[in-house]
Design a protein around this ligand. Structure first.
Ligand SMILES: Cc1cc2nc3c(=O)[nH]c(=O)nc-3n(C[C@H](O)[C@H](O)[C@H](O)COP(=O)(O)OP(=O)(O)OC[C@H]3O[C@@H](n4cnc5c(N)ncnc54)[C@H](O)[C@@H]3O)c2cc1C
Ligand code: SF4
Length: 338
């Protein structure tokens, strides 16, 4: 039996006060990841700070014309929220591609951002893992690495971030709002998650005394031309081998704006500014999409079991951009089968 304390935060300031007072404490929201990590003895928080009663459950208009999503909005509520379905169908599609209906009912927006990798060795306390036990080594580099990263890896870690929702948030250029001991701040989504580098134990740039309060979406939702393509071993209830969030703004026969974010390939949702720039001003055709894929994959590096991902990503990018350009009404199709 591993003992831990339990406290319920009464408001955001109380949550910050509680976490700042105990560096070994953890917030608990839906608990769909943290409880598993505790059961497997990977996380050992001294205290769970229950944030489920904080008033962070609304989706409301942002002053600049976008939307503000409270950190405790459940993934299901978010995917089926009318404003998300109508204005940000890419995000709704990505959320519905993840986990199961039951998990999405419990999982929160903030928790989804901070869910930990699904690297098998991270969950196996009998094996070395730099993310779980810094300095112990990386079992995946020369072990089973079929699901691991091909971009942005380091000698210390080749794990991937498992979220679907975050891939869409990266493409939409969301902002993460946080509160801490020194007040509130906003973090661009691209800067929220980290590459492993020499500190693979740090998944994000959230400080130890900070709580995520909301995620803000900018006004542009790419309603007409978007696609979330998730390639996985089973059709449902499986993490992505590779996923692509593609969003285009077309002006006549030309791409005016392009966003491309990848999941399942790196320690954070992966974007490549050069590839997106190469799409702007081009006709939305296969040649342009293939060139963008080539740029994204220029620095890709496979390991013993996952080199297949390089070709898989190439094809997935071309397919997702083709679907986006065609204006496939994806969210309607998903709703019919769920
Ligand atoms: C079997 C299974 C399959 C899954 N499949 C998928 C999938 O295909 N795609 C996908 O995207 N996800 C998938 N998930 C992951 C699931 O989406 C996450 O577990 C969930 O989003 C986490 O949210 P939560 O509220 O339950 O977080 P918790 O488990 O409560 O917390 C997770 C972490 O976030 C921290 N935290 C939570 N809220 C805050 C906050 N507001 N501020 C600061 N820190 C916070 C906690 O301290 C903890 O460290 C799956 C999960 C399971 C168990
Ligand atoms: S890839 Fe990262 S999480 Fe997996 S064993 Fe190596 S260090 Fe640990």
């Amino acid at each position: 039996m591993i003992n831990f304390q339990y406290a319920r935060a009464t408001d955001v300031a109380d949550a910050v006060r509680l976490i700042a007072a105990d560096p070994a404490a953890k917030f608990i929201a839906g608990g769909t990841n943290l409880i598993d990590l505790m059961k497997d003895d990977i996380e050992r928080p001294s205290r769970l700070i229950d944030i489920t009663r904080l008033p962070l459950k609304d989706v409301k208009p942002a002053p600049g014309g976008g939307l503000i999503i409270g950190a405790l909005v459940p993934n299901s509520d978010l995917a089926y929220h009318p404003a998300i379905e109508e204005r940000y169908p890419l995000l709704a599609s990505a959320i519905l591609a993840g986990a199961s209906a039951q998990l999405r009912n419990m999982a929160s927006t903030g928790g989804n951002l901070l869910q930990r990798t699904r690297c098998y060795y991270f969950y196996d306390t009998a094996t070395p893992c730099n993310k779980r036990d810094p300095g112990s080594g990386c079992s995946a580099r020369n072990g089973l690495n079929r699901m691991h990263a091909i971009l942005g890896t380091s000698e210390q870690c080749i794990a991937v971030h498992p979220s679907d929702m975050c891939v869409a948030l990266a493409a939409l250029e969301a902002t993460v709002h946080v509160a801490g001991r020194n007040g509130e701040r906003s973090i661009a989504f691209a800067d929220f998650h980290r590459l492993p580098g020499d500190e693979p134990q740090r998944d994000s740039n959230l400080r130890a005394d900070e709580i995520i309060t909301a995620v803000e979406l900018p006004p542009q939702g790419f309603v007409q031309n978007y696609s979330y393509l998730k390639i996985r071993d089973r059709l449902s209830y499986a993490f992505a081998l590779v996923s692509v969030a593609a969003a285009l703004e077309l002006d006549g026969g030309t791409i005016k704006e392009a966003r491309l974010a990848l999941g399942g390939v790196a320690h954070k949702p992966w974007r490549n500014a050069e590839a997106e720039a190469a799409l702007r001003g081009r006709a939305p055709d296969r040649a342009a999409f293939a060139q963008a894929a080539d740029i994204v994959l220029r620095e890709a590096k496979g390991f013993s079991h996952n080199a297949f991902k390089i070709e898989l990503v190439r094809r997935a990018i071309v397919r997702a951009l083709t679907q986006a350009a065609a204006g496939t009404p994806q969210i309607q199709a998903i709703k019919k089968i769920r």
